[in-house]
Write a new protein. Structure first.
Length: 98
């Protein structure tokens, strides 16, 4: 169990500066997403979907790109939650036409 705790802490320590950097580069992330929640969410996603060895082998550039994609998805999902049922129907129709 100790190694798992250390691995989780290592994942978090690697993700923290990436999230911080992305929030500085993209103010909308900082305005709409909670830093601590994003770090926890991303670390959980990576821990559940990759082995520790796979995670540590990801380049910094690739990790940043992956985190950015996930954060963008979270941002869009949050915005969709604010739509009225009528606005959601319009959005759904627009997506279906694409």
């Amino acid at each position: 169990m100790l190694s798992t705790d250390l691995q989780r802490e290592s994942i978090i320590k690697r993700i923290e500066p990436v999230v911080s950097s992305l929030m500085k580069e993209r103010p909308l992330f900082k305005e709409e997403l909670n830093y601590s929640e994003m770090v926890q969410h991303l670390s959980k996603l990576f821990a559940e979907n990759l082995s520790f060895e796979e995670f540590t082998s990801i380049s910094d550039e690739s990790l940043k790109k992956r985190c950015s994609g996930i954060m963008s998805t979270e941002l869009i999902a949050g915005m969709l939650n604010d739509l009225t049922p009528e606005e959601m129907a319009i959005f759904d129709e627009a997506v279906k036409r694409k």
